[in-house]
Design a protein around this ligand. Structure first.
Ligand SMILES: Cc1cn([C@H]2C[C@H](O)[C@@H](COP(=O)(O)OP(=O)(O)OP(=O)(O)O)O2)c(=O)[nH]c1=O
Length: 199
């Protein structure tokens, strides 16, 4: 990707995700600093997916503010996949990933991202939540095991990455594609525009 026209903004990207950094670069933006936060990601009992994802994005912004509160803005995001009320979070365990993919196989599910822009001086938060639908084809046991061997699913919400091999299982997407990869670009740009950070 060309780095021509990438503008450095006075924001901290509160994310260890290399995808989020790349997605920002795609729209010509580079954060001043990147901070990985370490928050408790355990869902509260009966917590709805859209409530959970918002809570985590908020927690990442607050955690980043405690580490670096001098840069004017913090951008944080959280992405999850949801099959009905069930939250399919990232995992590094093959057995859990297999369960997730069996749930998604042959069905439609939702992917939510909550994006937060925090003003570190006032503590004021602006946010957007985006939901996309993803239709998976039916996976055979062989396809599933082969995909698990790739390890591309590790640390991805829903245990797949649409930007990788899993694209060959995805029949249709409705809504924002960048949302599924971890940062809905249109809505993120809207937040940044709302604070006069970009045109
Ligand atoms: C569904 C899906 C998720 N993902 C990724 C986006 C997110 O990075 C990740 C979900 O985990 P997140 O907790 O949202 O993010 P992260 O752990 O990568 O980074 P951090 O917590 O530091 O912000 O899954 C893909 O890359 N492709 C996909 O198709």
């Amino acid at each position: 990707m060309s780095t021509y026209n990438v503008t450095k903004l006075p924001i901290v990207l509160a994310s260890a995700s290399p995808r989020r950094l790349q997605l920002l670069e795609q729209i010509g933006i580079a954060p001043q600093t990147v901070i990985a936060t370490d928050i408790d990601e355990a869902p509260v009992k009966q917590e709805l997916p859209r409530v959970y994802v918002q809570r985590l994005a908020n927690a990442k912004a607050v955690a980043a503010q405690q580490i670096e509160g001098t840069v004017p803005f913090i951008l944080a995001a959280d992405t999850i996949a949801a099959a009905g009320r069930r939250i399919l979070n990232k995992t590094s365990e093959r057995q859990v990933a297999k369960k997730h993919l069996n749930l998604l196989s042959g069905r439609r599910h939702r992917v939510y991202t909550s994006v937060i822009l925090m003003n570190t001086q006032t503590g004021k938060i602006s946010s957007r939540q985006v939901c996309s639908m993803v239709q998976f084809s039916r996976l055979s046991e062989k396809q599933l095991e082969h995909y698990l061997d790739s390890e591309e699913w590790k640390d991805k919400a829903g245990s797949y990455a649409i930007q990788g091999i899993a694209a060959s299982f995805i029949q249709a997407v409705s809504g924002s594609y960048s949302n599924i990869v971890g940062l809905p670009l249109f809505e993120t740009a809207q937040l940044l525009r709302g604070h006069g950070l970009i045109l």
